[in-house]
Design a protein around this ligand. Structure first.
Ligand code: MF3
Ligand code: CO
Length: 266
């Protein structure tokens, strides 16, 4: 069903059958993420994580949403997960020679599709002991996602979500990445609307009013230093411009009559 229009296009309103498929994808997603969390320790490579994620996705009769994805780069995305080590903000391609070291932080971003419907989510975690600032960066980013999720209900606007993230993160002395956004999700991994984590004055899309059946991937990306990011040589990886660390948490959520439902919850 069609919903309101934004500058990125028309926002789709999902029916129950579509929501059920997304929830199924989300349950599989949560199970895989739990397994990847358990694998994270010094010496593990980011490719090791990718291999397990792809196998578990396919064993569940699902398809990796990111693999082969071709929207904003020269080459199709080659992997099942994005591995976001330390200063990598998003879209780090897993590699055999990227081994996790004590003190690193790693974000894992995964997309799973079941019968054509997607669930997208990410978490960031420390490898062994990590320094106090990194711990705070991860905790603040996770909390900022929770604060955004608390806003999700019929009648709320995208501005409410963005305000919740930005005010909290900046109050904690960190920076919200503005070059990248969350997004609508459903039959495509990326659908309208864009879901920014910062308030843009005069942006008409930020007045979009949420209604039941909308499904969003909310994904704050937070840098310990400045907000600026750069793209790397492989055409995919995005890193902080100042080399500071970055954290990323994401859930896929559906707007319901009385609030919301997190599709990527266990
Ligand atoms: N969660 C990220 C996003 O929604 C990851 C996408 S990786 C890509 O943009 F390969 F699919 F682009
Ligand atoms: Co996403």
């Amino acid at each position: 069903m069609k919903g309101p229009r934004t500058s990125a296009g028309v926002v789709s309103i999902k029916g129950q059958a579509e929501l059920d498929k997304m929830r199924h994808a989300g349950r599989v997603h949560a199970r895989i993420m739990q397994r990847l969390r358990e694998m994270i320790e010094p010496g593990v490579s980011t490719l090791d994580l990718d291999v397990v994620a792809e196998q578990m996705t396919r064993d569940a009769d699902c398809v990796p949403s990111f693999k082969g994805y071709e929207a904003h780069a020269r080459t199709p995305y080659p992997a099942t997960i994005c591995a976001e080590v330390n200063e990598i903000v998003v879209h780090g391609i897993p590699s055999d020679d990227e081994r996790l070291k004590p003190g690193d932080i790693i974000g894992v971003d995964l997309g799973v599709a079941f019968e054509g419907y997607h669930a997208d989510g990410a978490f960031t975690v420390g490898v062994g002991e990590v320094d106090e600032e990194s711990q705070r960066l991860m905790a603040v980013t996770q909390r900022s996602l929770e604060l955004a999720l608390e806003q999700v209900k019929p009648g709320a606007t995208l501005r409410d979500l963005a305000t919740a993230v930005q005010e909290y993160v900046e109050g904690e002395g960190f920076s919200v990445v503005t070059a990248l956004c969350g997004h609508g999700i459903g039959a495509a991994l990326h659908e309208p609307p864009q879901v920014p984590n910062y308030v843009q004055d005069g942006d008409p899309d930020s007045e979009l009013v949420l209604e039941p059946g909308m499904t969003l991937a909310i994904e704050p990306m937070v840098n310990a230093g400045g907000a600026e990011v750069r793209s790397g040589a492989d055409g995919w990886v995005v890193v902080t411009a100042d080399g500071s660390r970055s954290a990323h948490f994401e859930h896929t959520v559906a707007v319901t009559e009385d609030g919301h439902r997190i599709m990527t919850a266990p």
